[in-house]
Write a protein that binds this ligand. Structure first.
Ligand SMILES: [Cu+2]
Length: 73
């Protein structure tokens, strides 16, 4: 039996300037296994991510954001 531990984390993201950036960051995070929900806000410069702790972690999410060319803080 697999137990899911869903956690919510808010990650600050620098460098987003328009809706296109938001979509890129959102898609990058959504592509990570274990991620359940992503909300990216241009106004707040942050991504609110719900994920399964057993499958991924904040560092992996930050790495994916960095790969798209934006700076997680
Ligand atoms: Cu943009």
């Amino acid at each position: 039996m697999e137990v899911e531990t869903i956690t919510q984390e808010t990650i600050k993201v620098e460098g987003m300037s328009c809706g296109h950036c938001v979509m890129r960051v959102k898609k990058a995070i959504e592509g990570i296994e274990g991620v359940k929900k992503v909300d990216v806000s241009l106004e707040d410069k942050q991504a609110v991510v719900e994920f399964d702790e057993g499958k991924t972690d904040v560092e992996k999410i930050k790495a994916a954001v960095r790969e798209t060319g934006y700076e997680p803080v």
